[in-house]
Design a protein around this ligand. Structure first.
Ligand code: AVI
Length: 320
């Protein structure tokens, strides 16, 4: 690769860096190589994901936005008393604006792994809603989350839009729902968006768009991994692959080697045969009854569901 291998990312704290390197190396050395989808989101990845949400083929963002807009008044009624709005995986804080307008909460807490991007988004939100006490918490939401002590317990509404829960395996998704429940007292709730199963002719183009933005998003993971691990992946050696796995009801994204390759990094190397892949993301499409069962197993109570005409996407309010 151009310039050869580099030092692993010097700006991460020692222990965080060691854990990241171990995780990346472990995944790359598996018979089916894999890299967690969280590594899709460096700052270029965040920008590319924003572009994806505006693509004609990528229906989830606009379908969810339409549900939130169309069901606004009924939702606001159901969510009355939510004084502390907590968005998980907040990113650009775009989706929460409507809720800030209709619910007028006292606090907003944005939680995201991409700290710099999040702080910028929270700052913009605070400018738009001057009465809102807005906080940015940089955290990996797959880990048990402890919110700062100055965030009130009562009246918490967790907001987890975008069907991001679908990017975790069902066991991990179940664990995360349990962790979300643990952040709430009995007056709290969760407002969560999930993408529903639908014919492949709509699903696959959403993850393999004509303009190639999703391909760039997937390939960008390699330069992020290079930065973290000091590896010498070359984007031109790989191609984007996305398909629906019917058995598991999930879209899978992979990067496929265009030719036999050797990829190296300071502590190791891996041979890839031509056509071998690195599995970079799953996006589960849960049937609604299955997901409602998962919420019940996590300790949530009554649920109210809003959906679109085609029943492509659901927004669920689960009471604690
Ligand atoms: C963030 N997440 C819900 C997206 C999805 O649809 O699974 C990530 C994505 N990957 C490719 N396109 C969008």
């Amino acid at each position: 690769a151009e310039g050869g291998r580099r030092e692993a990312a010097p700006e991460l704290a020692d222990s965080a860096l060691r854990a990241t390197l171990a995780e990346l190396q472990h995944g790359l050395m598996q018979p089916q190589a894999r890299v967690s989808p969280k590594f899709l989101y460096d700052s270029r990845g965040c920008d590319l994901f924003e572009q994806i949400t505006r693509l004609p083929e990528y229906y989830p963002t606009r379908t969810e936005a339409a549900i939130l807009a169309d069901s606004g008044p009924a939702m606001a009624e159901a969510l009355r008393g939510s004084e502390v709005l907590i968005e998980l995986g907040a990113g650009n804080c775009e989706k929460v604006r409507g809720l800030c307008r209709s619910l007028r909460p006292r606090h907003f807490v944005g939680v995201d792994i991409a700290g710099a991007f999040l702080r910028q988004s929270v700052r913009r939100l605070a400018e738009e809603f001057p009465q809102l006490q807005a906080h940015a918490v940089t955290a990996d939401i797959t880990e048990p989350l402890a919110l700062p002590p100055y965030i009130p317990q009562a009246g918490r509404l967790l907001f987890y839009p975008g069907s991001s829960i679908g990017n975790f395996d069902p066991e991990q998704a179940q664990r995360m729902l349990g962790q979300m429940r643990a952040l709430l007292s009995d007056d709290g709730g969760l407002l969560i968006g999930i993408d529903l199963p639908k014919p492949i002719q709509w699903l696959e183009p959403a993850y393999d768009d004509a303009q190639g933005v999703t391909a760039r998003f997937n390939l960008n993971l390699l330069s992020h991994v290079n930065h973290l691990l000091g590896s010498d992946f070359n984007e031109g050696d790989w191609e984007h692959v996305a398909f629906f796995n019917t058995e598991h009801s999930r879209i899978e994204m992979h990067l496929r080697a265009r030719r036999p390759l050797i990829v190296g990094w300071p502590q190791g190397l891996r041979h890839f045969a031509a056509g071998e892949t690195i599995h970079t993301e799953n996006s589960y499409k849960y049937p609604l009854p299955d997901f409602l069962d998962m919420l019940a197993c996590a300790g949530f109570g009554a649920c109210q569901v809003w959906t679109d005409e085609r029943q492509w996407f659901a927004v669920i309010h689960a009471h604690a």
